[in-house]
Design a protein around this ligand. Structure first.
Ligand SMILES: Cc1cc2nc3c(=O)[nH]c(=O)nc-3n(C[C@H](O)[C@H](O)[C@H](O)COP(=O)(O)O)c2cc1C
Length: 421
């Protein structure tokens, strides 16, 4: 029997994704010192393209070089080096899959070393390990500039030869900050009611659609919730999903959490329901409400690891595209293998990437150990991406403390390289 994961899916704009597996965005940290894509992007995405995943979404690409999610991000704001983007697009679609660029503005989640005064809807400081500056509350001009920048970058994405674009509205970055009543405390037309808080996203999509035309796929990544008291809630998400469906969005990807609440990679929110704990895919229990409201194809990302759960989600029409991220770092061809039935489960290294298991205890409350575990886990995946980008095999035996050290060293180097460019 052919796997339900093998079925193509047509998007409202008329474009087709060749199967039901989507690689969700993962920041690569591979840009050169001028924030441009390199040969390493081409090698990485060629490997991923050949691995059978129908839709690939790049790591977040910035729309403004002054504000990055991290050093090593690619920036796309002019057509100056568009040939480099075209090479990336060509390499990453060599097997006939789709390759979309995720466009992002970090807002207040921009490290201090990149910019001491980031932008945000209001001046609410993200106080996390002293890593972020107090943001400036955006002016009307700043807001209009952001809409224009997303629009221009989306036009360049199309011109370079990518097959679609995704606007990042999740994980606590700028658009997600606008949606959150906790962070967006504006009293003008961009804050207050949900309609006002979502206005910048809807206006951006309208403007991007005008720029790229009716046939080009536009995706949005949205939080099911921020999982923080007073933040963006599931009810808010359902309402916004309905609006995005009316706004010519082709694929809605659902995730959750922010830097302060890492539910996107499975760190459980305190108020998580028992039923969620037992489920493999973190956000799937919200799928039917969101899908009913949005009436557009839905991708859910976070925690999918077994073929059985993925096939059931597609067969039950709960989800249209299964979003995968971390497994693709150690198994770049896992989609092909899931579809042909040669594997039933994906790698799940995150479970073992815990410092002090059995010594300090699994639930150590030390902030230092928590930080090492969090940075070490992310560092593990960054390291696999670096290996793939060099044409090397993954190195899954890497331990959490070593991953942490490598990540810190690499991050320092990326920051210095850029600083002295
Ligand atoms: C190394 C790494 C980098 C990530 N970078 C991004 C990113 O640039 N944009 C984004 O929307 N999500 C990013 N994410 C989140 C993933 O897209 C995904 O939502 C999350 O890993 C859960 O999916 P998974 O359980 O299949 O890994 C990143 C995750 C990891 C592990």
């Amino acid at each position: 029997m052919t796997s339900s994961l093998a079925q193509p899916i047509a998007l409202p704009c008329g474009s087709t994704i060749p199967n039901r597996l989507g690689k969700s965005a993962m920041t690569e940290g591979l840009a050169d010192k001028f924030d441009r894509p390199t040969q390493r992007h081409n090698t990485l995405y060629k490997t991923w393209s050949k691995g059978g995943t129908g839709l690939h979404i790049t790591g977040n690409v910035m729309i403004d070089h002054r504000y990055l999610e991290r050093a090593g991000n690619v920036v796309l704001e002019t057509d100056k080096d568009l040939n480099l983007f075209s090479s990336w697009a060509e390499a990453g679609t060599c097997a006939g899959n789709q390759l979309w660029v995720q466009l992002n503005h970090p807002g207040r989640q921009c490290p201090k070393i990149v910019n001491k005064q980031p932008l945000s809807p209001s001046d609410i400081h993200l106080e996390l390990l002293g890593n972020f500056g107090k943001p400036k509350a955006m002016t009307e001009d700043d807001i209009q500039d952001i809409i224009l920048r997303f629009t221009k970058s989306a036009g360049l994405v199309k011109k370079a030869g990518f097959t679609g674009v995704q606007i990042h509205c999740a994980h606590g970055y700028l658009f997600s900050q606008f949606l959150s009543p906790k962070i967006n405390q504006r009293t003008d037309q961009w804050g207050g009611s949900l309609e006002n808080r979502a206005r910048i996203i809807r206006q951006t999509i309208k403007s991007v659609r005008k720029e790229v035309g009716p046939d080009f796929p536009i995706g949005v990544k949205l939080n099911s919730a921020d999982f923080q008291k007073g933040g963006f809630s599931l009810d808010d998400c359902v309402t916004v999903a309905g609006w995005l469906g009316e706004d010519s969005v082709d694929l809605l990807e659902i995730s959750g959490g922010t830097y302060e609440q890492l539910s996107l990679i499975g760190v459980e929110p305190t108020e998580v329901r028992e039923s969620t704990r037992k489920r493999e895919a973190y956000f799937i229990e919200y799928a039917s409400r969101i899908k009913t409201a949005a009436k557009i194809p839905l991708m859910i990302t976070g925690g999918f690891r077994s073929r059985e759960v993925m096939e059931k989600a597609i067969a039950d029409k709960e989800v249209d595209v299964i979003g995968l991220a971390r497994p693709l770092c150690t198994q770049p061809n896992c989609s092909e293998k899931l579809i042909d039935g040669s594997i039933d489960r994906l790698d799940d290294y995150e479970q073992g990437l815990v410092l002090g298991k059995g010594f300090w205890g699994n639930n150590s409350s030390s902030n230092l150990i928590k930080a090492i575990n969090n940075f070490g886990q992310v560092g593990f995946y960054y390291w696999q991406i670096i290996r793939l980008s060099q044409g090397l095999n993954p190195e899954p035996e890497l331990k959490v403390f070593r991953s942490f050290q490598r990540h810190m060293r690499n991050d320092f180097k990326l920051n210095m390289k850029r600083k002295f460019a």
